[in-house]
Ligand binder design. Structure first.
Ligand SMILES: Cc1cc2nc3c(=O)[nH]c(=O)nc-3n(C[C@H](O)[C@H](O)[C@H](O)COP(=O)(O)OP(=O)(O)OC[C@H]3O[C@@H](n4cnc5c(N)ncnc54)[C@H](O)[C@@H]3O)c2cc1C
Length: 427
């Protein structure tokens, strides 16, 4: 086992890092100012300017792993593996709009992977092409307000065939990205067959956002933040009609697609989350070194040595686990890497929330204002303990795998479990 990144990865790290230094960090203020000028639900022009620069430098679609089966001259990414992409996503995660500049932002990344892997040629031409070009954006509509959506078999939206069309009826919420005026298409999950086996009832279908019958009821606040211009919407679909060709992969294949989609999506969030934790740790250290209380720099009060040490240790542990998960996705596939993906999905946001919380504490009252970006960062990262499935559901996967070892007598028999019970029992 070695811990060095390949030469190619190091080259990309340098280029993304240089780009962040030259174009993104210096424009954070420009972004904020333009956001106020153009209105909250419009796109600050600096975003498209920076996208054009990143594209010209070949720092584009870095998230899409090579896929011999599906890559064509028209539809491909930069060709980086998950392991190669991981440190780049971390760098992008240091600024809220960073990923978008490189066309690596959620939920487009997950939607592009779905279309790349499962889309028909016509679907790719209509939607994947402009998404890969960064000309449009997209949304993923699964969660519903009236049912516990962490168990996706509960999803109630109906997708019913009527001649050459499907008719869609349902209510969704937490539809991220719908606030963006460039959001032109959504992948909607719903039931096509109520009588099929539980995991074959759901399908996924492409719905243009301007289809008659789509109503954006409201934009949901996250701890009071609107997350504009991206936003998270509650959406009603009433008798929305789309051609049958808009169905992805086939009726009843919704779960299969969801599995393929969520693995990479989860790992991308974790990588960005580590970037956010690094930023918070840096802010915490700078602040602690810059002020004195009770006769010495705050940094010299031992509780802060403890907190800073724990933050550094937790970040390093999470990064290594994330890289291991990425490595396994590349080598043995998303399905076998399921346990590692679940572990980082739980660990990443928890660690980042703790580090950001300590950074807020280090800033005193200033920490909860919007002056230091920490309150906003906490609000954003806290949602990742829910988005893409709550912690408990991922812990369930991890625990089931652990229990399986001891239920299944033949699983990796490194210890004699029966003898151990005897020893424990004889005490
Ligand atoms: C900011 C944000 C963005 C989002 N973006 C999107 C998006 O773009 N598209 C989309 O479709 N959805 C999105 N979501 C929704 C998210 O995926 C769901 O909120 C999540 O899957 C949980 O579903 P739910 O809200 O229905 O909670 P429920 O399913 O009602 O669960 C509530 C709670 O029950 C507990 N629970 C559930 N299962 C178990 C279990 N097995 N054991 C113990 N406890 C359990 C957990 O504590 C959980 O938090 C987003 C959410 C947020 C907050």
């Amino acid at each position: 086992m070695h811990f060095d990144f390949s030469e190619r990865t190091q080259d990309y790290i340098q280029r993304v890092s240089d780009f962040m230094d030259a174009h993104i960090f210096p424009n954070v203020e420009t972004y904020r100012r333009q956001h106020d000028e153009v209105g909250r639900w419009n796109i600050p022009p600096i975003v498209e300017e920076l996208k054009a620069k990143a594209k010209a430098e070949g720092l584009w679609n870095l998230f899409l792993p090579p896929n011999a089966e599906h890559d064509t001259p028209d539809y491909h990414g930069a060709g980086l593996s998950n392991l190669e992409y991981a440190p780049l996503a971390e760098l992008m995660g240091r600024v809220s709009f960073g990923s978008e500049v490189f066309n690596c932002a959620a939920p487009d990344t997950g939607n592009m992977e779905v279309l790349h892997r499962y889309g028909s040629t016509a679907q790719k031409e209509e939607w994947l092409k402009p998404l890969l070009a960064g000309e449009i954006r997209s949304a993923f509509l699964m969660t519903e307000p009236q049912v516990a959506s962490s168990d996706a078999t509960n999803i109630e939206t109906r997708i019913e065939r009527d001649g050459d069309e499907y008719v869609i009826n349902g209510r969704k919420w937490w539809s991220s990205g719908v606030g963006d005026p460039r959001c032109k298409v959504a992948i909607v999950m719903g039931k096509t067959d109520l009588n099929a086996p539980k995991h074959a009832q759901q399908s996924q279908i492409l719905v243009p956002m301007d289809a008659p019958g789509i109503e954006v009821v409201r934009m949901l606040p996250v701890f009071g933040y609107d997350d504009a211009p991206h936003g998270h919407a509650e959406v009603v679909l009433k008798d929305v009609r789309v051609p049958v060709d808009n169905l992805i992969l086939g009726e009843g294949r919704g779960f299969e697609i969801a599995q393929g989609r969520l693995g990479p999506g989860r790992i991308h969030h974790c990588m960005r989350t580590i970037g956010a934790a690094e930023v918070a740790l840096e802010k915490m250290c700078r602040r602690l070194l810059s002020r004195e209380a009770f006769g010495k720099p705050v940094a010299e009060h031992s509780i802060w040595e403890q907190r800073v040490a724990e933050a550094r240790t937790d970040i390093e542990m999470t990064r290594l686990l994330t890289l291991k998960a990425a490595y396994m996705m590349d080598t043995v596939g998303n399905k076998v890497a399921k346990n590692e993906i679940a572990m980082i999905k739980v660990a990443g946001p928890r660690v980042a929330c703790k580090v950001i919380d300590d950074a807020i504490q280090a800033h005193g009252g200033g920490g909860v204002t919007s002056d230091y970006g920490l309150a906003e960062s906490y609000a954003g990262i806290r949602t990742l303990r829910l988005a893409d499935g709550p912690d408990e559901v991922h812990c369930r996967t991890i625990a089931h795998n652990e229990f399986r070892k001891y239920r299944d007598k033949n699983y990796g028999k490194t210890v004699d479990a029966e003898k151990m019970t005897e020893v424990v029992g004889s005490r």
